[in-house]
Design a protein around this ligand. Sequence first.
Ligand code: AMP
Length: 382
Amino acid sequence: MPAAEDEGQPFDRLRANGVSSLALATGSTIGILGGGQLGRMMAVAALQLGYKVVGYAPEGDNVAADACSDFITADWDDAEALARFAALCDVVTWEFENVPVATVRSLPAALLACPVEALEVAQDRLREKAFAAELGGAPAPYAKVESAEDLAAAFASVGIPGILKTARDGYDGKGQWRVRSTIEAGALSYPGVTCIYEGFVTYETEFSVILVRGKDGQVKFWDSTANIHDGGMLALSVLPAGALVEAQVPAARELARKVADALGYVGVLTLEFFATRAYGDKGGPVFNEMAPRVHNSGHWTIEGAATSQFENHIRAICGLPLGGTKTRFEAIEMRNIVGEDALTAHAILAEPGEPHLHLYGKREVREGRKMGHVTRVGHAVK
Ligand code: AMP
């Protein structure tokens, strides 16, 4: 091999390959706020692309740490620890949408791959619904609830059945109360924190739109899966998603692109929808919520798409060319492994069809806790 090739700086080589001079050089360090499985899979993708990863999260079962060269365990408001973290990083991203905005704002702005407004909007259900509606999206009818009187007024204006959700800090169906009847409404008291009361949507399928947006504003979408939930938590994502979802994907993508553009978003962004014939202007998709991050319903992309959501997120925040998002198989199913099922999950490897097993290395098995997932693929797309 000619000596000159060995001497070149990685940065220069990237330029020589036609990649933006703003691309993060090989060997640079990506900081991830949050320590869960999304950070772990993001870190694996970052390692594959030649980056180092440093994580930051409060005390907990931080399974991302296994894939990080350094992991700082400290509270979100620990200024000294955050400064130490920032000093190690060339770029910072998050894997968890409830990282306090003040934490992110305390980091040097130049490190942030994506504007913090994306977190601000997504952390507040009232704000994200209003934001989507302003851009032409159709959320379920809803009302803000800040008192017992508001709750009674919301039952009257929005109607029953419905769902009361805490405006902030909810995930996987936590902080939610279903109201199926006036008897249940009467039994429900105001939870003491700001909430949103939403009309119950009778949908046929839930689906998500996952996109990646590069620093230059280029947007790519993965195919939308049908998402089946169990107890408010994703259980299964399936492709193809069916005719109704496919008919509603264009409108859903249009909204997702507008949201990403309006936020100046960089990285992977997810919007969740209900596919229903009953709501929306023309019976179109009902917007439920957004996640400014990689998403559980996109795990199938690891084996099922030309480029995974994790890799494209890393590519986007590092200023690298985005990879193709095409689906590689005619049929795909991603199933979460929850709670004690993880204890026998290795048996899945003996099943026919070459299932792809992912276990997150969680130290503690708890009922209802996401422990891993398995992706099964059908015939390759010809
Ligand atoms: P969320 O945390 O808002 O994603 O809610 C968790 C799950 O609860 C959703 O994926 C749906 O399965 C269900 N859900 C939430 N909001 C509604 C709604 N307004 N109507 C019907 N089902 C809902």
